[in-house]
Design a protein around this ligand. Structure first.
Ligand SMILES: N[C@@H](CCC(=O)N[C@@H](CS)C(=O)NCC(=O)O)C(=O)O
Length: 109
């Protein structure tokens, strides 16, 4: 089982299944891009609702994951080299998941 205890955000939103991608989200235009990509690629994930109306992205634990204080953000317990990877910015998340799964990218740039 993956150990995500080095990520302070898991102290507030404990991983129910640390072996799958952790998505920190709220259904906003930027966030749904990440949710849709996870659904379409078929990757296993679990989502945590981050209430931006309550400034939950500005807690120290959330800022340790994304210093910009924005959703979406993810932790992939099975990142490059099998090590956990934290990632934010919806565009970066889309590209990472596309490359991880080999889906939705042209073979000819
Ligand atoms: N460029 C960022 C923008 C993310 C963004 O603006 N997220 C908004 C919700 S759509 C947010 O977290 N706002 C909370 C805040 O600023 O307090 C991305 O694409 O991920």
């Amino acid at each position: 089982m993956a150990d995500l205890s080095n990520f302070p955000i898991t102290q507030i939103w404990p991983a129910a299944n640390p072996d799958v991608i952790q998505l920190y989200s709220l259904p906003t235009p930027n966030e749904v891009k990440a949710s849709i990509m996870l659904e379409e690629t078929g990757l296993a994930y679990e989502a945590y609702l981050i209430d931006i109306g309550k400034n939950e992205t500005w807690s120290a634990e959330y800022l340790s994951l994304n210093p910009n204080g924005k959703i979406p953000a993810i932790i992939d317990p099975d990142g490059p080299g099998g090590e956990p990877l934290a990632l934010f910015e919806s565009g970066a998340i889309l590209l990472y998941l596309a490359e991880k799964t080999g889906q939705f990218l042209s073979s000819d740039g």
